[in-house]
Design a protein around this ligand. Structure first.
Ligand SMILES: Nc1nc2c(ncn2[C@@H]2O[C@H](COP(=O)(O)OP(=O)(O)OP(=O)(O)O)[C@@H](O)[C@H]2O)c(=O)[nH]1
Ligand SMILES: [Mg+2]
Length: 486
C-alpha cells in the first residue's frame, strides 16, 4: 500500500469512528446526519470548467476525458451545463428544472444536436461514460460567461456557485485565453464568497491558459508560443495567487488530438514528409488551395491536419512524426501542457480531495456537536478525534491554505505541500529512498526541533502556525518510525 493511500484510509477510519461514537451517544435520530457524512466520504470530486465563451472549455473537457464527447461547435448543448461522470451503460439524462430525469441516447458517443426537453426547462444534463479518468472525478462543462444571453451565464452560476449555499462544484478549472479578463476575476470573487475561506477558494481553483499554441500571435513567428505561454502562466499565477492556486498553459486542440487518439499513422507520415517543405511555404499556404503543397501531398489534407493539431503542431511536430503516430501523439500530449495539468489535478485535487472530504465531514459533525440540545459528550468526542494523528493532515491542509493565500511562494507552503503529497516518509523528509528508518527518524527529530525554534521567534501568525503544524508533523513521524534498535 502506498503512503498516500494509507493516509487517506487512516483519515476515513478516524471520521467513521467519530460517526460511530456519535451514534452511540446521541439518541436523537442524528443517525441520518452521520449516514450522510459516511456517504459523502465515497463521493468523487466535482470539477467545474468555467470561462468565457469560446475560451476552449469543451475542448479541455474532451482532452481530460480522453474522448470527443463535449460539443465544440455551436450546438444547443454548449448552452447547457453538462456533468460527465463514470457509469454504464453509456447514456445521457436531462435533469429538468422541476427535478425530472429524462433519458436520451448519445450519438456516436457524443451529445446529440437536440435534447428531448426544450432548453429553457433544462437544469443540466448528465452523461455517463466508461472513461477511467471519470472514476476519480466528475467533470462539469459549463456555458460561457459574459455571453450575450444572460440565461447561459445564469446556468453556470447556478451550477457552480449553487443556490442556498449548496455548491454543485468542489473545485474550478478557470479557463481563459491570453489573459484573465474582468468577468473571470469577478466570477472567482463570487466563488470565494461561497467557499468557507478565501484560502480555500484559491486552493480550489486552477487557472488554465488555453490557446497556448497561438499565444502572442502566430506559431510561425520567432519565439515558441507555448514556451511564452508558460512564462505568461507563471506570471498570472504570481499576480492572482490570492484567487488561483496555480496557472497552467495548455494547447487544447493538441491535447484533445493526443488524448482522444485522433492522430493516425497516415497523419504522421504526411507530417514527416513536410520536413523538407520550406517553412515560408507552409506558413503562407492558402487553406482552400486545391492543389498539391509538395509532391504527393494535397494542400487540403494539410489543412485538415492543421484543424486537428494546429499550426503549432505542423511547425514543431514534423521531426517527431517521422517516428510514427504514437510518437507524435506522445509529443502532442507533452508539448500541449495537458500532462502537466493532469499531474496538477492528480496531486492538488484528486489526491487531496480525500482531505477536503474529511475536513468537510468534520465540520458537519462539529456543527452537530455544538447545535442546540446536542448531548455534551459530543464536543469531547470531536476534540478527541481532532487530536488523532490520522487527522493531522487536515491541520497541514489548513496551514497550507492560510499561508498560500497571502504568501503563495513562501518555502513553508512548499514544505506543507510536500507533507500532503509525499508518497512515502523519505519524500516527506527530502531524503534518499534508500535511507534507513533510523536515519529518517533522526532527520524528523531535527526538523521538528527546528520548526519549534522557528515558531517561537516568528512574528507573522500564518507562518508561526505553519511552523507549529510542521513541528507536530515531524514529531508524529518520528514517533511512528519508532526508537532505533540496538
Ligand atoms: N488553436 C487552438 N484552438 C483551440 C484551443 N482550444 C480550443 N480551441 C478551438 O476554439 C474553438 C472553441 O473551443 P470550445 O472548446 O468549443 O470553447 P468553449 O469555451 O467550450 O466554447 P462555448 O461552450 O461556446 O463557450 C474551437 O474551434 C476549438 O477547436 C487551443 O488551445 N488552441
Ligand atoms: Mg463549450
Amino acid at each position: 500500500m502506498s503512503g498516500s493511500i494509507q493516509v487517506s484510509e487512516g483519515m476515513r477510519r478516524a471520521v467513521f469512528d467519530l460517526c460511530d461514537a456519535f451514534d452511540r451517544v446521541d439518541r436523537r435520530g442524528t443517525g441520518r446526519t452521520t449516514d450522510t457524512v459516511r456517504r459523502s466520504l465515497d463521493e468523487t470530486i466535482r470539477l467545474a470548467v468555467v470561462g468565457r465563451v469560446k475560451a476552449g472549455k469543451s475542448t479541455l473537457v474532451n482532452a481530460l476525458v480522453g474522448r470527443v464527447v463535449a460539443p465544440t461547435a455551436a450546438v444547443e448543448c454548449t448552452r447547457i451545463t453538462t456533468h460527465y461522470t463514470f457509469g454504464g451503460p453509456e447514456r445521457g439524462e436531462v435533469v429538468t428544472r422541476n427535478g425530472q430525469r429524462v433519458p436520451f441516447d448519445l450519438v456516436n458517443g457524443c451529445l446529440p444536436e437536440h435534447l428531448p426537453v426544450p432548453i429553457e426547462h433544462v437544469a443540466h444534463a448528465v452523461v455517463y461514460l466508461q472513461s477511467e479518468v471519470l472514476r476519480d472525478m466528475t467533470l462539469i462543462d459549463t456555458p460561457g460567461l459574459a455571453t450575450t444571453t444572460t440565461a447561459n451565464e445564469e446556468a453556470t452560476r447556478r451550477t457552480v456557485l449553487g443556490h442556498e449555499g449548496v455548491r454543485a462544484a468542489d473545485a474550478l478549472l478557470c479557463v481563459f485565453r491570453d489573459m484573465p479578463m474582468r468577468d473571470d476575476m469577478d466570477f472567482l470573487r463570487e466563488w470565494a464568497s461561497v467557499t468557507n475561506t478565501p484560502a480555500e477558494a484559491a486552493a480550489h481553483a486552477i487557472g488554465v491558459l488555453t490557446h497556448a499554441d497561438t499565444y502572442g500571435g502566430s506559431p510561425w513567428s520567432g519565439e515558441d508560443p507555448i514556451e511564452a505561454a508558460r512564462g505568461g502562466a507563471a506570471r498570472f499565477a504570481q499576480q492572482h495567487g490570492a484567487h488561483l492556486g496555480n496557472v497552467i498553459a495548455v494547447a487544447g486542440n493538441m491535447a484533445q488530438a493526443a488524448r482522444a487518439g485522433l492522430v493516425r499513422e497516415h497523419d504522421a507520415t504526411m507530417l514527416g514528409q513536410l520536413t523538407d517543405v520550406d517553412e515560408l511555404d507552409l506558413e503562407l499556404r492558402d487553406p482552400n488551395f486545391l492543389g498539391e503543397l509538395a509532391p504527393g501531398i494535397l494542400n487540403l489534407e494539410v489543412s485538415r491536419l492543421a484543424e486537428l493539431i494546429g499550426e503549432y503542431g505542423i511547425r514543431f511536430g514534423r521531426d517527431v512524426s517521422r517516428q510514427g503516430a504514437r510518437a507524435l501523439s506522445d509529443w502532442l500530449g507533452r508539448a500541449s501542457g495537458i500532462d502537466d495539468l493532469r499531474r496538477a489535478l492528480a496531486v492538488r485535487y484528486v489526491g487531496r480531495y480525500v482531505h477536503v472530504k474529511a475536513r468537510r465531514a468534520m465540520e458537519v459533525l462539529q456543527r452537530l456537536a455544538w447545535s442546540e440540545g446536542a448531548p455534551m459528550p459530543l464536543r469531547g468526542l470531536v476534540a478527541e478525534a481532532k487530536l488523532r494523528p490520522e487527522l493531522h493532515p487536515l491541520e497541514e491542509l489548513d496551514a497550507l491554505e492560510r499561508l498560500a493565500a497571502i504568501e503563495p511562494n513562501h518555502p513553508l507552503v512548499a514544505m506543507l505541500d510536500c507533507q500532503l503529497s509525499a508518497r512515502n516518509d523519505a519524500e516527506r523528509l527530502a531524503m534518499s529512498p534508500a535511507s534507513t528508518p533510523e536515519q529518517l527518524r533522526t532527520q524528523a527529530l531535527t526538523w521538528s526541533m527546528e520548526a519549534r525554534r522557528a515558531a517561537v521567534v516568528e512574528p507573522y501568525p500564518e507562518r508561526q502556525n505553519a511552523y507549529n503544524v510542521l513541528d507536530r508533523s515531524f514529531t508524529l513521524l518520528a514517533m511512528r518510525l519508532g526508537r532505533p534498535r540496538g
